[in-house]
Design a protein around this ligand. Structure first.
Ligand code: GAP
Length: 438
């Protein structure tokens, strides 16, 4: 059995800040707790994770289309979905120290973990996790709107629009990537659980008698996605939910779990939601949300299989899975062994010296690669330090322009994982990198 590495957590938090993956939000004002900003490298990593998901889930399939629905939505959506009545956590207050806790997360439900007092909790009350705000200048109840706590409902309420415009029929899916908001009581573990986060969700609408087979299909397909992008098999598992864990809508859910530094935890849930959502919205809106199958003459409400992943959480898991330290000549080398598709920069162009004589050729190399790959250009510090920095941020190839380049029109290409170097002529460089980067 693989073991969690508790020290990895601090290493990833430090690397994220030091190299510019993730910053604490509003840091200059003391920091806004549990909220994060993605820096120059983080935004690239996150975008690459989302692009890899979109490519696999939408671009490479004829049976899935995309959507970008609004974040603000009226209460009717959340009444019908069940979020207004069910999307809550039980909350208790300590009458001794005023600390607030989630009852279901306490080791001992009678003792306050903040001050150690026994029997000091108030009665539990349900705390709804949705952020509420007001549309327009009037703060009256009629103007109440919610920030979506999941992207999924956007797909359900647009089911008929998509069906009527896309010429798809079940089995088919609608996919969406976007921000969601939950007023989590216990955010934490860096970007693992935050109040503002990004999701990658797909609702796959199927004939009812095919739901089990599609549920199994998507469990496997989603596991394969993580493995294909380099997540080690021993740090990934599919865990079916016990009956008492199932959400109010689900007749079967499995979680894709990753071995985080604190143990196994969720990356994604794949749920068999039955016809719950379409039926709820059809009843609440009075609109028909079903499908007429001309071949069989049958009208039915499709069942839904939903793979629901977190983009921000998954990006962090890829960082953790890629982090490696090795000893090279008595020094520790930190290297992010990220899959090429996820690496923030694919290529770094490094003129050996800042001398003007090398600059035009180094710029020429940068111009050769920049249209095809995200590339870094760095001329400060020693070449050794620059290689170390690129290893630490996961750049697969460093291209060094040296004084010989001016004579032989060739550059040194260094590969991240093996540290092997090749001398490549400038006119072959693009082909050389294309072969290795795809
Ligand atoms: N539509 C179903 C749904 O939203 P979920 O399990 O609540 O299901 C799906 O969320 C995924 O979204 C989770 O597996 C996780 O990766 C991500 N997620 C949920 N809450 C999150 C939070 N507070 N912070 C970061 N990611 C979160």
């Amino acid at each position: 059995m693989p073991e969690a590495d508790p020290q990895l957590f601090d290493k990833i938090v430090n690397l994220s800040k030091r190299r510019g993956f993730v910053f604490q939000s509003a840091e200059i004002y003391g920091g806004f707790r549990s909220t994060y900003d993605y820096g120059p490298l983080g935004v690239l990593l996150l975008r690459n994770v989302k692009d890899a998901w979109w490519r696999d889930m939408v671009q490479m399939r004829h049976d899935v289309v995309g959507l970008d629905a609004s974040i603000l939505s009226p209460p009717q959506v959340w009444e019908a979905s069940g979020h207004l009545s069910n999307f809550s956590d039980p909350l208790v207050d300590c009458t001794n120290c005023n600390a607030r806790h989630r009852l279901d997360k306490l080791d001992d439900p009678d003792t306050c973990p903040s001050c150690g007092t026994k029997g000091s909790f108030t009665e539990a009350r349900e705390f709804n996790l949705m952020f509420k705000t007001h549309a327009g200048p009037v703060t009256e109840t009629a103007a109440e709107v919610y920030l979506r706590p999941e992207t999924a409902q956007g797909m359900f309420i647009n089911f008929a629009n998509v069906l009527n415009t896309s010429r798809k029929k079940p089995p088919f899916g609608i996919a969406q990537i976007g921000k969601s908001f939950r007023n989590e009581i216990t955010p934490g573990n860096f970007v693992f659980r935050t109040r503002e986060f990004e999701q990658m969700e797909m609702e796959f609408f199927v004939p009812p008698d095919e739901s089990q087979q599609w549920y199994e299909y998507w469990c496997q397909a989603r596991m394969d996605w993580y493995l294909d992008l380099g997540m080690p098999a021993e740090q990934l598992r599919l865990r079916p939910h016990d009956d008492d864990e199932l959400s109010h809508y689900s007749s079967g859910t499995s979680d894709v779990e990753f071995l985080f530094p604190w143990g196994w935890d969720e990356l994604e849930g794949i749920a068999n939601r039955g016809d719950f959502d379409l039926t709820q919205h059809a009843n609440a809106s009075g609109e028909k949300l079903d499908f007429f199958d001309q071949a069989s003459g049958e009208r039915y409400t499709p069942h839904v299989i939903e793979p629901a992943a977190g983009a921000t959480r998954t990006a962090m898991a890829f960082l953790m899975a890629a982090y490696d330290e090795e000893t090279v000549n008595d020094d520790t080398r930190t290297v992010l062994r990220l899959d090429h598709r996820l690496a923030p920069y694919k290529v770094a162009v490094l003129p050996l010296s800042k001398k003007d004589t090398l600059t035009p050729t180094a710029h020429e190399v940068f111009d050769t690669v920049k249209g095809r790959w995200m590339a870094d250009y760095d001329e400060t510090q020693s070449i050794g330090k620059r290689y170390a920095r690129q290893d630490e941020i996961g750049t697969p190839f460093c291209v060094t322009v040296d004084f010989d380049t001016l004579d032989d029109r060739a550059v040194t290409v260094r590969e991240r994982d093996s540290r092997e170097q090749d001398r490549v002529s400038l006119d072959q460089l693009e082909g050389y990198l294309a072969e290795r980067l795809g």
